[in-house]
Design a binder for this molecule. Structure first.
Ligand code: GCO
Ligand code: MG
Length: 478
């Protein structure tokens, strides 16, 4: 018998409820004062009221299959159309999925950006996803995710996963709009007031990188990634590689001087620490380009400079080196932007081989799987550091930030702080940057929108390949 019903029953009897209000009367003591007939009357009335109460409860309505009040009279919102919008306002090929619904004006956006093979993602969305989704209920995100994920039988590849991410993020966007709240609220609300981010300091010389780091510190960044030249020091090598003289490969193939790179990184950390102090958190991306043994030796030298994390020390193909690497040095590691599926990182997480998970959220299929990864990491003290460079769309950056706000085991976020004017002409509601933090737009859903006419002004390109060679011409995992 509910608290409220009990009060009604007693008010019908001789006793004044005011006593209950100031809680002077203890429930059991008073009972013996009423006669048996009254007691039976009371109990029946109570259970009748209780039952009546139950009849009105959401539970009864649900059990009777009756629609919940918020859906009463509102037919389920279904998917009317799924399309891909490809655009490159800042040069990087971006793909965004737009899910249009049966409710006029209600649509969702999601990031499906695989910049190197964007056309393939667009084809997958237009040829397969639209037909798969039309007519389905927008509310069942997990079911939509699981069914599209296995729908192709062969699965877990970057092209289909990116398409799936676009759909998934768009459905979360729609659910937020229907609930009239930001997605982070649906994910559990804020665990922090805003999202700390790291900046990219780079340059052709160590002095350039020191200067760039200082500039970012002046803008309020507390985390800065330091890179000399491109990844692996590409573009800083003194001498031309032998393969060029031999006419091997093509002109635009990149050259990486492994020795020059391996000896430059400790010098870089030493110089930045000396000029910028002990407090600034310094990150570096090895970008999976070196031999595991060389990485072990280099990381041992970096320990004294207290790196916040060293990223992608190994390629996904070399994960069997993790135990050896972990046991050889104490620097914190971040890994994962190349991971496509959960099987690639469960064991390394369980064995604490790395400290930060770096997945490219659209690469693994969106917000739904990313939340599962974050929750899994919580139990193995692995924090998140979602991938967030220029080849993530502003929609993807917004999705990153909504997750970052909600999860407990957040580590740091990459990017999402410098949207160009062209990008902002295409995407409104981009996250904003203040004093080292990004803030999401507090509007419903992901809080971001796209102007398709503007987007069409920046068509995507098709040439986007990573070709890096050693001096003898051998291809390096980039
Ligand atoms: C990073 C990444 C990127 C990737 C790029 C590939 O840590 O930000 O390594 O720079 O190389 O996203 O297209
Ligand atoms: Mg990286």
């Amino acid at each position: 018998m509910s608290y409220l019903n009990r009060r009604q029953v007693f008010s019908n009897c001789r006793y004044k409820t005011k006593n209950f209000k100031n809680n002077t009367m203890k429930y059991p003591e008073r009972l013996h004062e009423i006669g048996r007939r009254d007691a039976v009357k009371l109990l029946t009335a109570g259970s009748a009221a209780g039952f009546l109460g139950f009849l009105g409860s959401p539970l009864a309505r649900a059990e009777s299959g009756e629609k919940p009040s918020y859906a009463k009279g509102v037919p389920p919102v279904t998917i009317k159309n799924v399309k891909a919008i490809a655009t490159a306002p800042s040069g990087s090929n971006l793909v965004v999925v737009k899910v249009e619904t049966s409710e006029p004006g209600l649509y969702g956006l999601g990031c499906a950006t695989f910049t190197q093979r964007a056309v393939a993602v667009v084809a997958a969305i237009e040829s397969y996803m639209n037909d798969f989704c039309v007519g389905k209920d927008v509310d069942n995100i997990e079911d939509m995710w699981q069914s599209f994920y296995v729908g192709s039988y062969w699965r877990n590849g970057p092209v289909l996963n990116n398409g799936l991410s676009g759909l998934d993020q768009a459905l979360w966007d729609i659910k937020g709009k229907r609930a009239n709240m930001p997605v982070y609220q649906l994910l559990g609300g804020k665990s922090r007031f805003a999202v700390p981010v790291y900046a990219h300091a780079s340059g052709r010389t160590i002095e350039d990188v020191v200067a760039s780091t200082k500039q970012f510190m002046e803008r309020g960044f507390k985390y800065v990634r330091i890179q000399l030249g491109g990844y692996g020091g590409v573009g800083t090598a003194a001498a031309a590689p032998d393969f060029r003289a031999a006419g091997f490969g093509i002109e635009r193939d990149n050259y990486m001087d492994e020795f020059a790179y391996l000896s430059s990184v400790p010098k870089l950390f030493e110089a930045v620490r000396k000029s910028c102090g002990e407090r600034i958190e310094l990150l570096h991306d090895i970008h999976e380009r070196n031999q595991p043994v060389d990485v072990i030796n280099m990381c041992r030298e970096l320990e004294r400079y207290r790196p916040f994390f060293i990223e992608d020390p190994l390629s996904p193909e070399n994960t069997h080196w993790w135990q050896h690497l972990r046991e050889s040095t104490s620097v914190p590691f971040a890994m994962g932007e190349l991971f496509n599926n959960v099987n690639e990182f469960v064991q390394p997480m369980v064995n604490h081989y790395f400290d930060f998970i770096r997945v490219h959220i659209s690469q693994i299929g969106g917000i739904t799987p990313a939340m599962k990864i974050a929750r899994l990491g919580e139990w193995f003290n692995v924090r998140t550091a979602w991938h967030g460079p220029g080849d993530v769309s502003p929609v993807g950056h917004a999705a990153n930030a909504h997750i970052d706000l909600a999860i407990w085991n957040f580590g740091i976020q990459e990017g999402g702080y410098n949207f160009s004017e062209k990008e902002q002409s295409v995407f409104s509601g981009c996250p904003t940057f203040r004093d080292g933090y990004i803030h999401v737009n507090e509007g419903p859903g992901l809080g971001i929108d796209i102007n398709e006419k503007e987007a069409a002004k920046y068509p995507i390109g098709t040439r986007s390949n990573w070709t890096v060679r050693k001096s003898d011409g051998t291809i390096i995992r980039p």
